[in-house]
Design a protein around this ligand. Structure first.
Ligand code: GDP
Length: 138
C-alpha cells in the first residue's frame, strides 16, 4: 500500500474560484501536500495524460475540457492515500457522489467534475512524475 496519491483541481473548479475551498478540504481530511503547481495543459499533454481513455467516446471532450484553463496538480501523502482520496472526492458523476464529498460540493457534471484522483498506487506514481521532477517533490 502506497501512502501517496496524485490529484488535479480541474479547469471548471479553478475558473469558479473553488481552488482554496478544495485545497482546504483536502488538508482538513489529513492529506499533506508533497508537491504542487498551478499550470495549464496543452491539448497534446492532456491527450497523453488521459491516453488510457483514448478509445472512450468522451475522450475528445475530456481532452478539450482539461486543456481549457488552468489546473492545480499536486502529490498528496496520507496512510492509504489512493483509496482515502477516492472516498474524499466521491463518485465520478457528482449526481451519484456521497454528501460532503468534493465532487458533490463542487462538481457540475460527470465530465466537468472538479477533481482528479489516481485510481491505483501505480498510476499515482506515473501521474505524479508526469507533472513533477524529483527536485519538486518533498
Ligand atoms: P474518475 O477516475 O472518477 O476520474 O473517472 P474515469 O477514470 O472513469 O474518467 C476519467 C475522467 O473522464 C472523469 O473524471 C471525467 O472528467 C471524464 N469522464 C468520465 N465519463 C465521462 C462522460 O461520460 N462524459 C464526459 N464528457 N467525460 C467523462
Amino acid at each position: 500500500m502506497s501512502n501517496r496519491t496524485f490529484t488535479m483541481i480541474k479547469p471548471d473548479a479553478t475558473s469558479k474560484g473553488y481552488t482554496g475551498g478544495i485545497l482546504d478540504q483536502i488538508v482538513q481530511a489529513g492529506f499533506t501536500i508533497r508537491a504542487m503547481k498551478w499550470t495549464r495543459l496543452t491539448a497534446e499533454q492532456a491527450g497523453r495524460f488521459y491516453a488510457v481513455h483514448s478509445e472512450r467516446p468522451f475522450y475528445g471532450e475530456l481532452v478539450n475540457f482539461m486543456s481549457s484553463g488552468p489546473i492545480v496538480a499536486a502529490i498528496l501523502e496520507k496512510d492509504n492515500a489512493v483509496a482515502d482520496f477516492r472516498q474524499l472526492i466521491g463518485a465520478t458523476n457528482p449526481a451519484q457522489a456521497a454528501e460532503g464529498t468534493i465532487r458533490k460540493k463542487y462538481a457540475a457534471s460527470v465530465g466537468e467534475n472538479a477533481v482528479h484522483g489516481s485510481d491505483s498506487d501505480e498510476n499515482a506514481a506515473i501521474e505524479g512524475s508526469f507533472f513533477f521532477s524529483g527536485l519538486e517533490i518533498f
